[in-house]
Design a protein around this ligand. Structure first.
Ligand SMILES: Cc1cc2nc3c(=O)[nH]c(=O)nc-3n(C[C@H](O)[C@H](O)[C@H](O)COP(=O)(O)OP(=O)(O)OC[C@H]3O[C@@H](n4cnc5c(N)ncnc54)[C@H](O)[C@@H]3O)c2cc1C
Length: 372
Protein backbone atom coordinates (compact mmCIF):
# COMPACT_ATOMS: atom_id res chain seq x y z
CA UNK A 1 0.00 0.00 0.00
CA UNK A 2 1.33 3.47 -0.84
CA UNK A 3 0.81 6.37 1.54
CA UNK A 4 0.49 9.16 -1.00
CA UNK A 5 -2.73 9.14 -2.93
CA UNK A 6 -2.87 10.64 -6.41
CA UNK A 7 -5.96 11.11 -8.52
CA UNK A 8 -6.84 11.42 -12.20
CA UNK A 9 -4.03 11.77 -14.69
CA UNK A 10 -1.30 11.67 -12.04
CA UNK A 11 -2.62 8.38 -10.60
CA UNK A 12 -2.79 6.79 -14.05
CA UNK A 13 0.73 8.03 -14.84
CA UNK A 14 2.03 6.65 -11.55
CA UNK A 15 0.52 3.23 -12.38
CA UNK A 16 2.15 3.26 -15.81
CA UNK A 17 5.55 4.24 -14.37
CA UNK A 18 5.23 1.54 -11.72
CA UNK A 19 4.54 -1.17 -14.32
CA UNK A 20 7.44 0.07 -16.44
CA UNK A 21 9.91 0.27 -13.54
CA UNK A 22 9.10 -3.16 -12.14
CA UNK A 23 9.22 -4.78 -15.59
CA UNK A 24 12.53 -3.19 -16.64
CA UNK A 25 14.38 -3.04 -13.31
CA UNK A 26 17.83 -4.59 -13.25
CA UNK A 27 18.71 -5.00 -9.54
CA UNK A 28 22.48 -5.10 -10.06
CA UNK A 29 23.10 -2.40 -12.64
CA UNK A 30 21.94 1.14 -13.39
CA UNK A 31 19.06 1.54 -15.85
CA UNK A 32 20.09 0.63 -19.40
CA UNK A 33 19.92 3.13 -22.27
CA UNK A 34 16.95 1.14 -23.55
CA UNK A 35 15.20 1.74 -20.24
CA UNK A 36 15.82 5.50 -20.59
CA UNK A 37 14.25 5.40 -24.07
CA UNK A 38 11.22 3.58 -22.72
CA UNK A 39 10.96 6.08 -19.88
CA UNK A 40 10.92 8.79 -22.55
CA UNK A 41 8.14 7.01 -24.45
CA UNK A 42 6.09 7.12 -21.25
CA UNK A 43 6.75 10.86 -20.92
CA UNK A 44 8.85 10.51 -17.76
CA UNK A 45 12.05 12.16 -18.97
CA UNK A 46 10.21 15.16 -20.43
CA UNK A 47 8.15 16.07 -17.35
CA UNK A 48 10.16 19.24 -16.66
CA UNK A 49 10.83 20.12 -20.29
CA UNK A 50 8.68 22.57 -22.28
CA UNK A 51 6.75 21.13 -25.23
CA UNK A 52 8.74 23.16 -27.76
CA UNK A 53 11.80 21.06 -26.79
CA UNK A 54 9.96 17.74 -26.97
CA UNK A 55 8.79 17.49 -23.38
CA UNK A 56 5.34 17.50 -21.86
CA UNK A 57 5.16 18.99 -18.39
CA UNK A 58 2.07 18.01 -16.47
CA UNK A 59 2.79 19.83 -13.21
CA UNK A 60 4.63 18.57 -10.13
CA UNK A 61 1.79 16.16 -9.19
CA UNK A 62 2.87 14.09 -12.21
CA UNK A 63 6.52 14.17 -11.06
CA UNK A 64 5.43 13.18 -7.57
CA UNK A 65 3.31 10.24 -8.75
CA UNK A 66 6.22 9.06 -10.91
CA UNK A 67 8.74 9.39 -8.07
CA UNK A 68 6.50 7.36 -5.75
CA UNK A 69 6.24 4.64 -8.41
CA UNK A 70 10.01 4.59 -9.01
CA UNK A 71 10.71 4.70 -5.27
CA UNK A 72 8.49 1.69 -4.68
CA UNK A 73 10.60 -0.24 -7.17
CA UNK A 74 13.94 0.68 -5.54
CA UNK A 75 15.91 3.63 -4.26
CA UNK A 76 18.48 3.16 -7.02
CA UNK A 77 15.81 3.38 -9.70
CA UNK A 78 14.27 6.51 -8.27
CA UNK A 79 17.68 8.16 -7.77
CA UNK A 80 18.84 7.40 -11.30
CA UNK A 81 15.76 8.87 -12.96
CA UNK A 82 14.88 11.68 -10.58
CA UNK A 83 18.38 13.17 -10.53
CA UNK A 84 18.11 13.50 -14.28
CA UNK A 85 14.50 14.49 -15.02
CA UNK A 86 13.41 16.23 -11.82
CA UNK A 87 16.59 17.63 -10.29
CA UNK A 88 19.29 18.40 -12.91
CA UNK A 89 17.11 19.09 -15.97
CA UNK A 90 15.23 22.05 -14.40
CA UNK A 91 18.56 23.93 -14.09
CA UNK A 92 18.95 23.69 -17.88
CA UNK A 93 15.31 24.62 -18.52
CA UNK A 94 15.19 27.60 -16.17
CA UNK A 95 18.71 28.99 -16.31
CA UNK A 96 20.16 27.65 -19.58
CA UNK A 97 21.06 29.82 -22.55
CA UNK A 98 19.21 29.17 -25.80
CA UNK A 99 22.22 27.19 -26.98
CA UNK A 100 22.19 24.95 -23.88
CA UNK A 101 18.47 24.39 -24.15
CA UNK A 102 18.66 23.46 -27.81
CA UNK A 103 21.67 21.25 -27.30
CA UNK A 104 20.32 19.21 -24.38
CA UNK A 105 16.57 19.44 -23.81
CA UNK A 106 15.33 17.51 -26.90
CA UNK A 107 17.86 14.74 -26.21
CA UNK A 108 16.89 14.57 -22.53
CA UNK A 109 13.18 14.47 -23.36
CA UNK A 110 13.82 11.67 -25.87
CA UNK A 111 15.75 9.60 -23.33
CA UNK A 112 18.86 9.91 -25.52
CA UNK A 113 20.75 11.91 -22.90
CA UNK A 114 21.07 11.59 -19.12
CA UNK A 115 21.73 14.48 -16.73
CA UNK A 116 23.57 14.75 -13.41
CA UNK A 117 24.09 17.47 -10.82
CA UNK A 118 27.61 17.89 -9.43
CA UNK A 119 27.76 20.07 -6.33
CA UNK A 120 29.55 17.94 -3.70
CA UNK A 121 33.34 17.89 -3.54
CA UNK A 122 35.81 15.85 -1.50
CA UNK A 123 36.31 18.93 0.72
CA UNK A 124 32.79 20.43 0.58
CA UNK A 125 29.55 18.51 1.11
CA UNK A 126 27.22 19.91 3.77
CA UNK A 127 29.05 23.23 3.55
CA UNK A 128 28.58 23.79 -0.17
CA UNK A 129 29.85 27.35 -0.02
CA UNK A 130 33.30 25.89 0.73
CA UNK A 131 33.57 24.36 -2.74
CA UNK A 132 36.87 24.91 -4.49
CA UNK A 133 36.44 23.68 -8.07
CA UNK A 134 37.46 26.70 -10.17
CA UNK A 135 36.17 28.05 -13.45
CA UNK A 136 38.69 30.44 -15.02
CA UNK A 137 37.84 32.70 -17.94
CA UNK A 138 39.47 31.77 -21.27
CA UNK A 139 39.18 33.29 -24.73
CA UNK A 140 36.51 30.70 -25.64
CA UNK A 141 34.65 30.49 -22.36
CA UNK A 142 35.74 28.71 -19.17
CA UNK A 143 38.30 26.26 -17.96
CA UNK A 144 37.24 24.04 -15.02
CA UNK A 145 39.70 22.52 -12.55
CA UNK A 146 38.88 20.55 -9.44
CA UNK A 147 37.00 17.45 -8.31
CA UNK A 148 33.44 16.39 -7.49
CA UNK A 149 32.40 13.29 -5.64
CA UNK A 150 29.37 11.09 -4.85
CA UNK A 151 27.67 12.23 -8.06
CA UNK A 152 24.56 10.23 -8.97
CA UNK A 153 24.67 9.25 -12.68
CA UNK A 154 28.18 10.78 -12.63
CA UNK A 155 29.85 8.29 -14.93
CA UNK A 156 26.88 7.72 -17.27
CA UNK A 157 25.52 11.26 -17.66
CA UNK A 158 25.86 13.13 -20.94
CA UNK A 159 25.38 16.57 -19.42
CA UNK A 160 26.43 17.56 -15.92
CA UNK A 161 25.37 20.70 -14.07
CA UNK A 162 28.57 21.68 -12.26
CA UNK A 163 29.03 24.27 -9.51
CA UNK A 164 32.37 26.06 -9.62
CA UNK A 165 33.99 29.10 -8.09
CA UNK A 166 34.23 32.05 -10.46
CA UNK A 167 35.23 34.68 -7.94
CA UNK A 168 37.19 34.51 -4.72
CA UNK A 169 35.71 37.63 -3.16
CA UNK A 170 32.88 36.01 -1.19
CA UNK A 171 32.16 32.43 0.01
CA UNK A 172 28.58 32.42 -1.22
CA UNK A 173 28.56 34.98 -4.00
CA UNK A 174 31.21 33.94 -6.48
CA UNK A 175 29.89 30.46 -7.29
CA UNK A 176 28.51 29.83 -10.79
CA UNK A 177 26.79 26.90 -12.49
CA UNK A 178 27.76 25.37 -15.82
CA UNK A 179 26.15 22.84 -18.16
CA UNK A 180 29.14 20.64 -18.94
CA UNK A 181 29.17 18.20 -21.84
CA UNK A 182 30.48 14.99 -20.29
CA UNK A 183 32.54 14.34 -23.42
CA UNK A 184 34.59 17.53 -22.84
CA UNK A 185 38.36 16.98 -22.88
CA UNK A 186 39.81 17.37 -19.40
CA UNK A 187 36.96 15.56 -17.62
CA UNK A 188 37.72 12.12 -16.18
CA UNK A 189 35.06 10.07 -14.37
CA UNK A 190 35.30 7.06 -12.11
CA UNK A 191 32.44 4.99 -10.68
CA UNK A 192 32.52 4.49 -6.92
CA UNK A 193 31.85 1.15 -5.24
CA UNK A 194 28.88 1.77 -2.94
CA UNK A 195 27.54 -0.53 -0.20
CA UNK A 196 23.99 -0.19 -1.51
CA UNK A 197 21.92 0.82 -4.52
CA UNK A 198 23.85 -1.26 -7.06
CA UNK A 199 21.16 -0.23 -9.54
CA UNK A 200 22.40 3.36 -9.50
CA UNK A 201 25.65 4.91 -10.67
CA UNK A 202 27.62 7.02 -8.19
CA UNK A 203 30.87 8.55 -9.40
CA UNK A 204 33.68 10.97 -8.82
CA UNK A 205 34.64 13.54 -11.43
CA UNK A 206 38.03 15.14 -12.05
CA UNK A 207 38.31 18.36 -14.04
CA UNK A 208 41.77 19.20 -15.36
CA UNK A 209 41.56 22.40 -17.39
CA UNK A 210 38.27 21.16 -18.78
CA UNK A 211 37.19 23.65 -21.46
CA UNK A 212 33.53 24.62 -21.61
CA UNK A 213 32.03 27.21 -23.98
CA UNK A 214 30.86 30.64 -22.85
CA UNK A 215 27.20 29.68 -23.40
CA UNK A 216 27.50 26.85 -20.85
CA UNK A 217 27.07 29.33 -17.99
CA UNK A 218 23.69 28.84 -16.29
CA UNK A 219 22.03 31.98 -15.00
CA UNK A 220 24.00 34.98 -13.86
CA UNK A 221 27.75 34.85 -13.24
CA UNK A 222 28.62 34.47 -9.53
CA UNK A 223 24.97 33.86 -8.56
CA UNK A 224 24.97 30.06 -8.72
CA UNK A 225 24.52 29.60 -4.98
CA UNK A 226 21.21 31.45 -5.09
CA UNK A 227 20.08 29.21 -7.96
CA UNK A 228 20.92 26.11 -5.90
CA UNK A 229 18.94 27.47 -2.96
CA UNK A 230 16.02 28.04 -5.33
CA UNK A 231 16.10 24.44 -6.57
CA UNK A 232 16.95 22.54 -3.38
CA UNK A 233 13.41 22.55 -1.86
CA UNK A 234 11.98 20.61 -4.84
CA UNK A 235 14.94 18.22 -4.69
CA UNK A 236 14.22 17.56 -1.02
CA UNK A 237 10.51 16.97 -1.53
CA UNK A 238 11.29 14.63 -4.41
CA UNK A 239 13.71 12.67 -2.23
CA UNK A 240 11.12 12.63 0.56
CA UNK A 241 8.57 11.05 -1.78
CA UNK A 242 11.06 8.29 -2.61
CA UNK A 243 11.76 7.87 1.12
CA UNK A 244 8.09 7.45 1.89
CA UNK A 245 7.67 4.99 -0.98
CA UNK A 246 10.48 2.87 0.50
CA UNK A 247 8.90 3.22 3.93
CA UNK A 248 5.67 1.79 2.52
CA UNK A 249 7.44 -1.19 0.98
CA UNK A 250 9.42 -1.92 4.16
CA UNK A 251 6.28 -1.53 6.24
CA UNK A 252 4.30 -4.00 4.11
CA UNK A 253 7.16 -6.52 4.08
CA UNK A 254 7.38 -6.33 7.85
CA UNK A 255 3.66 -6.49 8.44
CA UNK A 256 3.38 -9.59 6.30
CA UNK A 257 6.33 -11.23 8.04
CA UNK A 258 5.11 -10.56 11.59
CA UNK A 259 1.64 -11.80 10.69
CA UNK A 260 3.02 -15.14 9.48
CA UNK A 261 6.06 -15.79 11.67
CA UNK A 262 5.17 -17.60 14.88
CA UNK A 263 6.98 -17.52 18.22
CA UNK A 264 5.67 -18.56 21.61
CA UNK A 265 2.65 -20.04 19.89
CA UNK A 266 1.44 -16.88 18.19
CA UNK A 267 2.35 -14.50 15.35
CA UNK A 268 5.21 -12.24 16.50
CA UNK A 269 3.19 -9.24 15.37
CA UNK A 270 0.57 -9.97 18.00
CA UNK A 271 3.11 -9.65 20.83
CA UNK A 272 2.13 -6.31 22.31
CA UNK A 273 5.59 -4.74 22.22
CA UNK A 274 5.85 -5.38 18.48
CA UNK A 275 2.23 -4.48 17.74
CA UNK A 276 2.59 -1.12 19.50
CA UNK A 277 5.91 -0.30 17.82
CA UNK A 278 4.39 -1.04 14.40
CA UNK A 279 1.30 1.00 15.28
CA UNK A 280 3.47 3.97 16.31
CA UNK A 281 5.35 3.91 13.04
CA UNK A 282 2.10 3.56 11.13
CA UNK A 283 0.76 6.69 12.82
CA UNK A 284 3.97 8.56 11.99
CA UNK A 285 3.69 7.38 8.40
CA UNK A 286 0.22 8.87 8.11
CA UNK A 287 1.48 12.18 9.51
CA UNK A 288 4.46 12.31 7.13
CA UNK A 289 2.19 11.46 4.19
CA UNK A 290 -0.22 14.27 5.11
CA UNK A 291 2.60 16.80 5.45
CA UNK A 292 4.23 15.66 2.24
CA UNK A 293 0.91 15.97 0.39
CA UNK A 294 0.88 19.64 1.41
CA UNK A 295 4.52 20.07 0.33
CA UNK A 296 3.79 18.51 -3.07
CA UNK A 297 0.96 20.99 -3.62
CA UNK A 298 3.25 23.82 -2.55
CA UNK A 299 5.98 22.76 -4.99
CA UNK A 300 3.33 22.85 -7.74
CA UNK A 301 2.20 26.32 -6.62
CA UNK A 302 5.74 27.59 -6.09
CA UNK A 303 5.11 28.38 -2.41
CA UNK A 304 7.19 25.70 -0.66
CA UNK A 305 9.63 27.13 1.88
CA UNK A 306 13.18 25.91 2.48
CA UNK A 307 12.28 25.06 6.08
CA UNK A 308 9.23 22.97 5.16
CA UNK A 309 11.26 21.09 2.56
CA UNK A 310 13.80 20.43 5.32
CA UNK A 311 11.05 19.18 7.66
CA UNK A 312 9.78 16.77 5.00
CA UNK A 313 13.28 15.50 4.22
CA UNK A 314 14.22 15.06 7.88
CA UNK A 315 11.01 13.27 8.89
CA UNK A 316 10.74 11.02 5.84
CA UNK A 317 14.38 9.88 5.99
CA UNK A 318 14.19 9.18 9.71
CA UNK A 319 10.89 7.36 9.37
CA UNK A 320 12.19 5.25 6.52
CA UNK A 321 15.23 4.25 8.55
CA UNK A 322 13.15 3.53 11.66
CA UNK A 323 10.78 1.29 9.70
CA UNK A 324 13.68 -0.48 7.97
CA UNK A 325 15.47 -1.00 11.27
CA UNK A 326 12.37 -2.45 12.91
CA UNK A 327 11.85 -4.58 9.80
CA UNK A 328 15.38 -5.97 10.17
CA UNK A 329 14.79 -6.65 13.87
CA UNK A 330 11.50 -8.44 13.34
CA UNK A 331 12.79 -10.51 10.42
CA UNK A 332 15.24 -11.96 12.96
CA UNK A 333 18.33 -13.87 11.81
CA UNK A 334 17.05 -14.12 8.25
CA UNK A 335 17.48 -10.36 7.92
CA UNK A 336 21.24 -10.80 8.21
CA UNK A 337 21.49 -13.26 5.34
CA UNK A 338 22.75 -11.61 2.20
CA UNK A 339 20.22 -10.71 -0.46
CA UNK A 340 16.96 -10.82 1.47
CA UNK A 341 14.58 -8.07 0.44
CA UNK A 342 14.47 -6.38 3.82
CA UNK A 343 18.26 -6.13 4.19
CA UNK A 344 18.72 -4.95 0.62
CA UNK A 345 16.28 -2.11 1.23
CA UNK A 346 17.84 -1.40 4.67
CA UNK A 347 21.29 -0.95 3.09
CA UNK A 348 19.86 1.10 0.21
CA UNK A 349 17.95 3.36 2.60
CA UNK A 350 20.67 4.38 5.04
CA UNK A 351 22.06 7.09 2.81
CA UNK A 352 18.78 9.02 2.81
CA UNK A 353 19.74 10.54 6.16
CA UNK A 354 22.95 11.85 4.57
CA UNK A 355 22.36 12.80 0.93
CA UNK A 356 20.41 15.82 -0.31
CA UNK A 357 21.44 17.44 2.98
CA UNK A 358 22.19 15.43 6.13
CA UNK A 359 19.69 15.29 9.03
CA UNK A 360 21.78 17.83 10.92
CA UNK A 361 21.67 20.29 8.01
CA UNK A 362 17.87 19.89 7.93
CA UNK A 363 17.76 20.58 11.68
CA UNK A 364 19.94 23.65 11.14
CA UNK A 365 17.52 25.00 8.48
CA UNK A 366 14.48 24.33 10.67
CA UNK A 367 16.07 25.92 13.74
CA UNK A 368 16.98 28.99 11.66
CA UNK A 369 13.33 29.20 10.61
CA UNK A 370 12.43 29.24 14.30
CA UNK A 371 14.76 32.18 14.83
CA UNK A 372 17.31 30.12 16.79
C1 LIG B 1 24.96 7.75 -2.86
C2 LIG B 1 25.15 9.24 -2.84
C3 LIG B 1 24.66 10.00 -3.91
C4 LIG B 1 24.84 11.39 -3.93
N1 LIG B 1 24.44 12.10 -5.03
C5 LIG B 1 24.86 13.40 -5.15
C6 LIG B 1 24.64 14.12 -6.37
O1 LIG B 1 24.04 13.61 -7.33
N2 LIG B 1 25.13 15.38 -6.46
C7 LIG B 1 25.81 15.99 -5.43
O2 LIG B 1 26.24 17.13 -5.58
N3 LIG B 1 26.00 15.34 -4.25
C8 LIG B 1 25.56 14.06 -4.10
N4 LIG B 1 25.78 13.37 -2.93
C9 LIG B 1 26.50 14.04 -1.85
C10 LIG B 1 25.64 14.30 -0.62
O3 LIG B 1 24.72 15.33 -0.85
C11 LIG B 1 26.64 14.60 0.53
O4 LIG B 1 27.23 13.36 0.88
C12 LIG B 1 25.96 15.23 1.72
O5 LIG B 1 25.54 16.53 1.43
C13 LIG B 1 26.92 15.29 2.94
O6 LIG B 1 28.15 15.83 2.57
P1 LIG B 1 29.52 15.05 2.98
O7 LIG B 1 29.35 13.64 2.52
O8 LIG B 1 30.65 15.81 2.45
O9 LIG B 1 29.52 15.03 4.52
P2 LIG B 1 30.09 16.19 5.49
O10 LIG B 1 29.69 17.52 4.98
O11 LIG B 1 31.52 15.90 5.73
O12 LIG B 1 29.27 15.88 6.81
C14 LIG B 1 29.50 14.68 7.53
C15 LIG B 1 28.49 14.59 8.63
O13 LIG B 1 28.67 15.70 9.52
C16 LIG B 1 27.45 16.02 10.11
N5 LIG B 1 27.15 17.44 9.88
C17 LIG B 1 27.21 18.13 8.73
N6 LIG B 1 26.81 19.40 8.89
C18 LIG B 1 26.48 19.53 10.20
C19 LIG B 1 25.98 20.59 11.00
N7 LIG B 1 25.72 21.81 10.48
N8 LIG B 1 25.76 20.35 12.33
C20 LIG B 1 26.00 19.13 12.85
N9 LIG B 1 26.47 18.10 12.14
C21 LIG B 1 26.70 18.28 10.83
C22 LIG B 1 26.39 15.12 9.45
O14 LIG B 1 26.15 14.01 10.28
C23 LIG B 1 27.04 14.70 8.17
O15 LIG B 1 26.54 13.47 7.69
C24 LIG B 1 25.51 12.02 -2.85
C25 LIG B 1 25.96 11.25 -1.77
C26 LIG B 1 25.79 9.88 -1.76
C27 LIG B 1 26.35 9.09 -0.60
Amino acid sequence: MTSLVFTGEAAAFGDAVSRFAHAMHTPDSPPSRQMWKQAADLGLTGLEIPEEYGGGPGGYQMNAAAVQALGTCSHGTSSSFTISFDIATPYLVRFGTQSVRQRWLPALAAGEAIAALALTEPGAGSDLAALSTRADVTSEGWSLSGAKTFITNGSIADVIVVAARTSAQDRVRGISLFAVDAASPGLVRRSLATIGQPDCDTAELFFDNCEVPREALLGTLDEGFALMLQRLPQERVTSSIANLAQTDVAFDLTLQHVSERQAFGRPIGSLQHNAFRIAELDAQRSAVAAFLTTCIRQVAEGTLTTADAARAKLLSARLENDVLDLGMQLHGGSSFIEGTEINRRWIDGRVTRIWAGADEVMLHLISKDLGL
